[in-house]
Design a protein around this ligand. Structure first.
Ligand code: PLP
Length: 384
């Protein structure tokens, strides 16, 4: 997967649609990232933290029992085993190091379910940076435990009372903060979204997933997997995974939540600094995504995915809540792994398609983006 073209375009998507006051900040970030990413000292520091603090490389494990039941070889890239229990750490450590390098000692972040907020607070604590997390007031109510986690990690959480008081409003508020504080502040965006260079930069920070998995699969199988699957909220774990396989013959599949399917049901538009696909009503207002998994609640999709879907290099089907719950339970029962509900969407699609569009005997890689501890209380409630 190459970089975006001029001004951060992936085909007709991407770009940099920001208030004039933010153009220099985006340009500064773009330049700083380009220099850092080419600097062996920066890369060595990042790799060292990912290894000794984050627990990388995460393993790839083969699911013998579940694979046999489905008639395929099923491999999992185990991001659930990384520190903080998901892939999000890869991105926030990268951005926090970059902020430090730019001399910006204050991080701001947006969060919906709270997972990116917790990750950002973790990286800020590690590097001794100040951290303020914007979170919709509704989400603050719903995700009390994650609010407390962020506070434990030394971050401040600011409830956003505008609009629908959820993720999209938190992003707007964070952008407003950034306009006023660019000199001292880095805005740490949590997925492959926002104005250029974020979709490209976050993908590069997450490509460690795909690069590791490519080598690990090859070692285990002797060939590349036939199908590579990841769940898609904004699309960062999928973008990082796909980056390792885009130049193979693997079928690339990003699975969205049925209630947040920006690819199937979205409309092209410009929101949050980028042109991409979004769930919108007839007046162009952004709709709220609905899903049992709070991490897939972004009502849009990253611009590179919008492009890969448009040109046909990747597919973006969706999975519904009940099949996701069934997949969650099946992985726990057959493999002793309780997944986060987000990657259970990817597994639900694999279960649905095994023996159909996934031929028997295929080798299928799923990025298990996170562990399910955060979801067990909800699943228990839904099963009662
Ligand atoms: C946040 C999250 C996601 C969704 O974010 P992407 O940017 O689409 O990767 C998926 N899985 C887990 C475990 C998450 O925490």
């Amino acid at each position: 997967m190459r970089g975006p073209h001029r001004r951060g375009r992936f085909g007709e998507f991407g770009g940099r649609f920001v208030p004039e006051a933010l153009v220099p900040a985006c340009e500064e970030l773009e330049a700083a990232f380009a220099v850092a990413w080419a600097d062996p000292t920066f890369r060595a520091r990042l790799d060292d933290l990912l290894e000794h603090y984050g627990g990388r490389p995460t393993p790839v494990t083969e699911c013998g029992r579940l694979g046999e039941r489905l008639g395929i070889r099923l491999l999992l890239k185990r991001e659930d085993l990384a520190h903080t229990g998901s892939h999000k750490l890869n991105n926030v450590i990268g951005q926090a190091l970059l902020a430090e390098r730019m001399g910006k000692r204050r991080l701001i972040a947006e969060t919906g379910a709270g997972q990116h907020g917790v990750a950002a607070a973790t990286a800020a604590a590690l590097l001794g940076l100040e951290c303020l997390v914007y979170m919709g007031a509704v989400d603050v109510e719903r995700q009390g435990l994650n609010v407390f986690r962020m506070e434990l990690l030394g971050a401040q959480v600011r409830a956003v009372d505008s609009g629908s008081r959820t993720l999209k409003d938190a992003i707007n508020e964070a952008l407003r903060d950034w306009v006023a504080t660019v000199e001292t502040t880095h805005y740490c965006i949590g997925s492959v979204m926002g104005p250029h260079p974020y979709p490209y930069m976050v993908r590069e920070f997450q490509r460690v997933i795909g690069d590791e998995a490519r080598a690990q699969c090859y070692e285990m199988l002797g060939f590349d997997p036939d199908v590579v699957v990841a769940c898609v909220g904004g699309g960062s774990n999928a973008a990082g995974t796909f980056a390792g396989f885009v130049d193979t013959h693997a079928r690339l599949v990003g699975v969205e939540a049925a209630g947040g399917a920006a690819m199937s049901n979205g409309v092209a538009g410009v929101v949050h600094g980028m042109r991409s696909r979004f769930l919108q009503d007839e007046a162009g207002q952004i709709l709220e995504a609905q899903s049992i998994s709070a991490g897939l609640d972004y009502p849009g999709i990253g611009p590179e995915h919008a492009h890969l879907g448009t040109v046909g290099r990747a597919e973006y089907p969706s999975a519904g809540d009940s099949e996701v719950l069934a997949a969650f339970r099946l992985l726990a029962e057959t493999e002793g792994i309780i997944p986060a509900l987000e990657p259970a969407h990817g597994l639900a699609w694999i279960i649905r398609e095994a023996g159909k569009s996934i031929p028997e005997g295929s080798a299928v890689l799923l990025t298990l983006s996170g562990r399910g501890d955060k979801d067990v209380a909800l699943v228990r409630k839904l099963m009662q």
